[in-house]
Design a protein around this ligand. Structure first.
Ligand SMILES: [Zn+2]
Ligand SMILES: [Zn+2]
Length: 327
């Protein structure tokens, strides 16, 4: 709320021709801010694009039963288990399949902590390359057996949780999980295969790094501090209106702010190893040379020029370019 207000200070620009000065309030740089968060997400998708290969990628969602969700709120460090479990699931399968050539796919995982209704809902989105790279060869593949993924993911995650929580304490919940989901955890493949990897990236980043609540969904805030907002329910696509106290509303939102230094996007397989010789010879989605240029387009001044054809640093009195003075 203090973004672009005097609270965060300002930067001053000076025109050396006519002496005009311009003060620009600083932004908050918070991922949770509706304005800075969107900019941050853009920056991040550029970073991802600069690492991904220019090939087909597939999108998988790894979900867990809702009864397990509170365990991750109880101790947020456990969120790391989600990454670990998905990574082990995919990597161990590849290892078994291709023992000799050591084929690895490249994949990125992003953790989401909410669904459409902003409630706590822990799941992982993954985007994996349809080529695997070996020591000296590459291999196209487009099939990973689902049954295997589901069961393997379930076992690995439950084992990690059990180790952390303790056998005794976790037994009841673990038994419940095994008795209700014998087919493993639900792993969803998104039908749309992204013909364009960029679309895939922006899709999985849609909820990640940008604020989880778009302000246009707020319908009303009344005098007794109750807020009404709408969301589209996941189960049946119905529009639902909910009315809760603003304190509860804020409490629901801030749970989704990642802990300091917690990485919500992680790279695995050949995307994780910068020294993979074959990977280094493949064509990337964004050329390394173009990256700084694309990034520069996301800067405040350039965004205004790009979208509004307005240069904020051009002196309105004499037309010279104002220089940064202090801030
Ligand atoms: Zn001037
Ligand atoms: Zn901001």
């Amino acid at each position: 709320m203090i973004c672009k207000t005097p609270h965060l200070g300002s930067s001053t620009y000076h025109c050396s021709e006519c002496g005009n000065t311009l003060s620009v309030y600083n932004t908050c740089k918070s991922r949770f801010c509706n304005s800075c968060g969107v900019k941050y997400a853009k920056q991040r998708s550029l970073n991802i694009e600069s690492k991904l290969l220019n090939c087909n990628h597939r999108h998988l969602v790894f979900t867990i039963p809702d009864k397990l969700w509170p365990l991750f709120l109880e101790d947020r460090k456990r969120l790391n288990f989600m990454f670990k479990a998905v990574n082990l699931t995919i990597s161990s399968w590849f290892k078994e399949q291709y023992k000799n050539e050591n084929y690895k796919p490249g994949f990125i995982l992003t953790l989401h902590t909410f669904g459409r209704d902003d409630k706590w809902n822990v799941h992982i989105h993954s985007l994996y390359s349809e080529i695997a790279l070996g020591n000296s060869k590459s291999k196209k593949f487009d099939f990973i057996p689902f049954d295997m993924l589901r069961k393997r993911f379930q076992k690995i995650l439950l084992d990690l949780l059990e180790k952390d929580i303790g056998k005794e304490k976790f037994r009841k919940l673990k038994n419940w999980v095994y008795s209700t989901s014998n087919n493993g955890f639900y792993v969803r493949a998104k039908k749309h295969e992204f013909p364009d990897v960029r679309k895939g990236i922006s899709y999985i980043l849609r909820y990640c790094g940008r604020p989880c609540f778009a302000s246009y969904r707020i319908i009303n805030i009344d005098n007794s501090n109750f807020i009404s907002f709408w969301y589209q329910r996941h189960e049946d696509d119905k529009f639902v209106v909910e009315k809760i106290h603003i304190f509860e509303f804020i409490a629901r939102l801030i749970r989704h702010i990642p802990d300091r230094h917690f990485k919500t996007i992680r790279y695995y397989g050949f995307y994780a190893s910068h020294s993979h010789s074959l990977y280094n010879t493949c064509r990337l989605l964004i050329d390394k040379i173009k990256l700084p240029f694309y990034k520069s387009l996301n800067k405040w001044r350039n965004l205004l020029i790009l979208y509004f054809n307005f240069d904020p640093l051009k002196c309105p009195y004499c037309g010279s370019i104002m220089k940064f003075e202090y801030g």
